[in-house]
Design a protein around this ligand. Structure first.
Ligand code: DQA
Length: 148
């Protein structure tokens, strides 16, 4: 069974309360429950992690080098400017899928750039909470194509 750490950055603890017109009304806890029910069907175990602190997120990514097989990450606004987060993802060299609830490409200009997407397998954006499930499916497909 492969372990996927689902990492959520700043303000994602506020899902369900925060700008529901943009991010939907599903809480992060509910997203975690959806992923926990999907994961076993894909041969995955998932661990949910959320922090509002860049360093704590980087520490969790470093830890994943020795305790996980892949990452599903919604870096929140860190997506758009955190070179440290990008370097952390590169450092551990784990298969990583980036996910965003909103379609960042049709929002404000500053959200169009992702400094983390270039070190991910790919990016999923605009499908709300369902994007996390798509992200797990994408990792499953990736491991299948690796023969794992
Ligand atoms: C987000 C998009 C980011 O621009 C924003 O800062 C977030 C959430 C998303 O899931 O749509 O915090 O990553």
């Amino acid at each position: 069974m492969k372990k996927i750490v689902v990492i959520n950055g700043p303000n994602l603890n506020m899902l369900g309360i925060r700008e529901p017109g943009v991010y939907g009304d599903v809480s992060l806890a509910a997203i975690g429950q959806q992923l926990e029910s999907l994961a076993p069907q894909l041969g995955f175990e998932v661990e949910m992690f959320q922090s509002n602190h860049e360093g704590a997120i980087i520490d969790r990514i470093h830890q994943a080098y020795s305790d996980a097989d892949g990452l599903l990450i919604n870096p929140g606004a860190l997506t758009h400017y955190s070179y440290s987060l990008r370097d952390a993802i590169s450092s551990v060299n784990l298969p990583t899928v980036e996910v965003h609830l909103s379609n960042i490409h049709k929002r404000e200009e500053f959200r169009h750039t992702s400094v983390t997407a270039p070190v991910a397998i790919g990016q999923i954006a605009g499908f709300g909470a369902y994007g996390y499930e798509l992200g797990l499916l994408a990792l499953h497909k990736h491991f299948g194509s690796q023969g794992g």
